[in-house]
Design a protein around this ligand. Structure first.
Ligand SMILES: [Zn+2]
Ligand SMILES: [Zn+2]
Length: 391
């Protein structure tokens, strides 16, 4: 790891205008221009060491120190986006009908495979870091991949695809996405607004899925704590009531002074209980933050399965791409939610392909409707569509 870090640091420093000379053991001498010195808090001439044994007079640079943050300051937004092309002459799928039979599930429509053609597509793959903060903290990294030709997601093959992207058949393109691409028929890179909508809908359920067990654990502990609180305060309450009953024994009624004292005591128990419950809610409230780390636009050949979709009297042509590198069909797009779950329903009006959630009942009036047709409001009662991830 120290060798890699030294390699990274020397590349970054040289690209930022420093002069670097590697020295033993595992170190370097750096002569930096003023702007680099300022960001890294270094003297003009510095010695850095990357393993436990340091060159004479060297500062130690390691993953555990604040050096990653310093390097991040120097890196800025460079390297945030990576453009890549994978080129090869892939073999087509041998049984496309069979692949569709298992990979394209519709609950209210039929389809016919018209043609399988070689094509190119562009995927966008983005890496996010999420931090979930509650009584405990959880951090993790999540990748979201979308085929920009049709909005299909890459969830079920992205992990297999990722390591294959850094092999011989693959090349890095220029920062501008390769200038005019040499490949014809590529879908356009999505604009900011379209991408933002896709992320707004696709990221929260995926993060929630990653945090599933963590959230369950929080809920369990919150329930246990509230039961304890409830038990404790209801015991206190019972004790007061018992004392009142004892005082009242024999007498016709408790004297008004005592009655007032008991009443105040009961009120204060209730107030304290309510405030403890509020504290508990705050203690277990969950706040999740996601930060974009890095993105890649990937161009690669695919096999395009052109399909004719039929629902009642309507017909619509769509396509799904089969990825030859992992030899898998993509999850069919949901034209609203970008979900990774496979089952789709087809809407009556526009024959949109949507997930069952994106065609579920309105939370207000109960009428099912297509969120791709009506993104903001229910067509019947005009209630806001709401957030599917909150379901
Ligand atoms: Zn409604
Ligand atoms: Zn629709």
């Amino acid at each position: 790891m120290s060798e890699r870090l030294r390699h990274f640091a020397s590349e970054l420093l040289e690209r930022s205008g420093s002069v670097v000379e590697l020295i033993d053991p595992d170190g370097m001498e750096v002569l930096s221009p003023p702007e680099v010195r300022k960001v890294l808090s270094l003297p003009e001439m510095a010695r850095l060491g990357f393993s436990s044994e340091l060159p004479e007079g060297a500062q130690r640079v390691g993953l555990e120190s604040d050096w990653l943050e310093r390097f991040q300051g120097l890196l800025g937004d460079r390297g945030r986006w990576h453009y890549r092309r994978w080129r090869s002459n892939p073999l087509p799928p041998s049984h496309p009908e069979k692949i569709l039979e298992h990979g394209f599930l519709l609950n209210n429509a039929v389809f016919r495979l018209e043609k399988v053609i070689p094509a190119w597509t562009r995927y966008v793959i983005m890496v996010f870091r999420f931090t979930a903060l509650s009584e405990e903290k959880r951090e993790g990294v999540i990748r979201v991949g979308i085929n920009m030709a049709n909005g299909a997601t890459m969830d079920h093959f992205l992990d297999n695809l990722w390591p294959e992207l850094f092999v011989e058949e693959s090349e890095t393109l220029g920062e501008d996405g390769g200038g005019g691409s040499i490949v014809a028929g590529l879908p356009e890179v999505w604009g900011g607004q379209k991408m933002a909508t896709a992320l707004h809908r696709s990221l929260p359920p995926r993060v929630a899925q990653h945090l599933g067990r963590f959230i369950q654990g929080l809920k369990r502990r919150q329930e246990r704590d509230s039961e304890r609180l409830h038990g404790y305060f209801s015991d206190m309450r019972k004790e007061i009531v018992a004392r009142m009953a004892k005082d009242a024994k024999g007498a016709k009624e408790i004297n008004p002074e005592d009655a007032e004292k008991y009443k105040l005591r009961l009120d204060s128990i209730e107030r304290e209980y309510n405030s403890k419950i509020v504290d508990l809610r705050q203690k277990y409230a969950l706040n999740v933050e996601t930060t974009f780390i890095q993105g890649m636009v990937l161009e690669m050949p695919v096999f395009r399965l052109n399909l004719l979709l039929r629902r009642k009297k309507g017909e619509r042509r769509i396509h799904l791409d089969w990825n030859p590198l992992v030899r898998k069909l993509e999850t069919p797009p949901c034209e609203y939610s970008f979900t990774g779950t496979p089952l789709r329903t087809v809407c009556d009006d526009a024959l949109h392909l949507v997930s069952l959630d994106a065609h579920s009942g309105c939370p207000h009036c109960g009428k099912p409707f297509c969120r791709a047709c009506h993104e903001d409001h229910c067509p019947k009662c005009h209630a806001p569509t709401g957030d599917l991830s909150a379901k």
